[in-house]
Design a protein around this ligand. Sequence first.
Ligand code: SAH
Ligand code: SF4
Ligand code: F3S
Length: 445
Amino acid sequence: MKKFYLETFGCQMNVHDSEKVVGTLESRGYEQVETVEAADLVLYNTCSIRDKAEQKVFHRLDQFKRSGKDKLFGVLGCVAQQEGEKIFDKAPHVSLVVGSASYSKLPELLVQLETGSRHVTGLSLDTDETFETPLTRRDNPHRAFITIIEGCDKSCSYCVVPFTRGPERSRASASVIEEAHQLAAAGYSEIQLLGQNVNSYRDPSPEGWDFSRLLEAVGHVPGVRRVRFTTSHPRDFVKEIIDAIDRTGTLCNMVHLPVQSGSTRVLAAMDRQYTRDQYMQRIAWMKNARREIAISTDIIVGFPGETEEDFAQTMSLLDEVEYDSIFSFKYSVRPNTPALALGDHIPEEEKSRRLTVLQEHQRAIQLRRNTKLIGSEQEALVEGFNSSTGQWIGRTSQNRVLNFTAPPREDGIVPERKSVIGRYVPVRVLRAGPNSLAGECRAAL
Ligand code: SAH
Ligand code: SF4
Ligand code: F3S
C-alpha cells in the first residue's frame, strides 16, 4: 500500500482542506504515516498569508532535497496557487502543485502521477463545487468544521487570499444543514462554520438564506450543542447575527471580528471599507447582547504609512473594546497585492517594538477579563487530560481554555479518559491567567 505524509500550515480552512485530502487519498488506497521517512508521497498544504509562512514550505522541501530521492513531493494550498509552476523551478524535486480550488480533481491528478507524469498541476480557480465532503477524514472526534463559503471578494490591500482562494462561492443551505445532521448523528457536538468571510454567505438555492438564518438553523440541529463561526468581516457583520445568538443557546457567545487597525486613516489605506466608528457600532451590538459575548480580533502593525498616532489609536481601541484575545502580526509585503505599491518603509525593529507593546498591553487586559470570571460556573467541553498536571483540559463556550480537577468517584473507580473526553461538565473557576482559567468540577466524573 502506498503511504503518504501530510503537513498542514495556515488557517482552519487549510486544516479542513487537509481533512478532505486525507479522506480522498485513503479512499484511493493510500495510508497516512507520521514521518516523511516512512512515506512514498510527501504533501505540504501551505499558507502564504505572510512571507514567513510561505518560506516554511521551501525550508521543508530543502530539508529533503537529497534524502527524499525515492519519494514524490507535492505542494498544495495557497503557496501552490500563488507560485504555480514556478515551484518546479524553485524545488525541482516537486512533482505535484495543486491549489485549494482544485482538490476535487485530486484523484485524477494522482492517476497522472502514478502513471509517471513528471509534473502535474491543478491550478484552475474556476469555481467548481469544492464542497463535496463524503471523503472527509475528521481528526477531532467532537468538533467538526463545515465550509459554508469559499474564496473572498474583498480586496484588502495587504492580502493574498483573493488570489490564492479565488472568488466567493457559497454552498447551498440544504447541503450545509444535511452535513450538520450527519455530523450530529455521528457524535460531533460542536460545529464550526468556516469561510474567509462567513458574513457574506448567500445561499445559492431558491431559499436565499443569509448567514444569520443559516447560523440559527445549524444551531437547531438536534445533537448540536455548540456552534462557532470564523471569520467575519466587519463590513458585512449585521445585527441579525447577534439577534440569532441571543435567541439560540447553542450559538456560542463569542465572535472573532478582525479590525486590523484602530486608525480610520490606515483602515482606508488597507481598503477595509469601514471606519473605526462603524467597527465600534458592531462592538456595541455585541456588548448589548443578552449573554456576555467574548470578542477576539486580528491586528496588523507597521502597515505602510502607519504613524505613531495611528498606532496609538490601535492601542486605544484595545482599551475601548477590551478584547478577550487577539492575533497580532507585523505587516508583511505580499506578491500581487495592491499594497505592494506602497512599499514597506517601517523598519523591522519598529514593527517588532509596536507588536511587543501591543501584545503586552493586551496581556494585561486579558488577565483582567479572565480574573472577573473567578467564582463563576462555566460549562466546559472536556477536550483532553494533562498527565503532568493531573488536570482535565476543557473549553468554555467563549472559547477559553479551562483546566480543572474533579473529586474522586465514591465507588473508587477511576474513569476511563475516553469516556470523559467529549462530555460537557460544570466547572467552578478558581484561578485565572492571561491565556487560561483553572477550576474544579464539583461532581465526580
Ligand atoms: N478573512 C479574514 C482574514 C484571513 S487572514 C479576515 O478578513 O479577517 C488572517 C489574518 O492575517 C488577517 O486578519 C490579518 O490580520 C493577517 N494578515 C493578512 N495579510 C497580512 C499581511 N500581508 N501581513 C501581515 N498580516 C496579514
Ligand atoms: Fe484577506 Fe480581506 Fe478577504 Fe480577509 S476579507 S481574506 S483580509 S482580502
Ligand atoms: Fe494562509 Fe491560505 Fe489560510 S494564505 S491563512 S492558508 S487562506
